[in-house]
Design a protein around this ligand. Structure first.
Ligand code: SF4
Length: 160
């Protein structure tokens, strides 16, 4: 993002980037762990990283029962053609969709144009997610939040 003029002064606006909170070391993963990624936290000196966890923002607790998209990917969940189910068979689609909407709200309020997201997650995965069988198999497709942010024009970067 280029410099802006404010009260006669030229100021460089620091780029704001949404980040899956677990990549920054926040212990918001379903099992109470994190996915701390030094490549992400090292960027904190040069841009403004904004940690978000869509599943927490959607009202789910930590720890929580693992969930996967069943019958499609995140885009199909947003279209009402697929669901997010826990391993125990509980439908948590509403919480996932609500969390995606809250992340988008943060992006809009703060004028964010880019998000760095955790791969594989039914919320944050960008290019691949677990396939809905709870057998650790991946399939192509985005999670619910990634699909919503992509639809709204944000640039997405995925971290394994
Ligand atoms: S929903 Fe996203 S931010 Fe939250 S724990 Fe899962 S991958 Fe990390």
């Amino acid at each position: 993002m280029g410099p802006t003029r404010e009260n006669g002064e030229v100021r460089r606006r620091v780029e704001r980037i949404l980040v899956s909170a677990c990549l920054m070391g926040v212990r918001c993963r379903y099992d109470g762990g994190d996915n701390l990624t030094p490549e992400v936290t090292d960027a904190a000196g040069s841009c403004c990283l904004i940690p978000v966890c869509p599943e927490i923002l959607g009202g789910l607790p930590t720890p929580r029962t693992p969930a996967e998209v069943v019958g499609g990917d995140g885009a199909e969940v947003l279209a009402g053609r697929a669901r997010v189910m826990t391993q125990e068979g509980r439908d948590v689609t509403d919480a996932f969709v609500r969390g995606a909407g809250e992340v988008l709200r943060v992006a809009r309020v703060l004028g964010v144009g880019e998000a760095w997201l955790k791969g594989g997650s039914p919320s944050c995965g960008v290019s691949r997610i677990y396939d809905g069988t709870f057998s650790r198999r991946l399939r192509p497709g985005a999670g619910v939040t990634a699909a919503l942010l992509a639809r709204e024009g944000l640039r997405l970067r995925e971290f394994a």
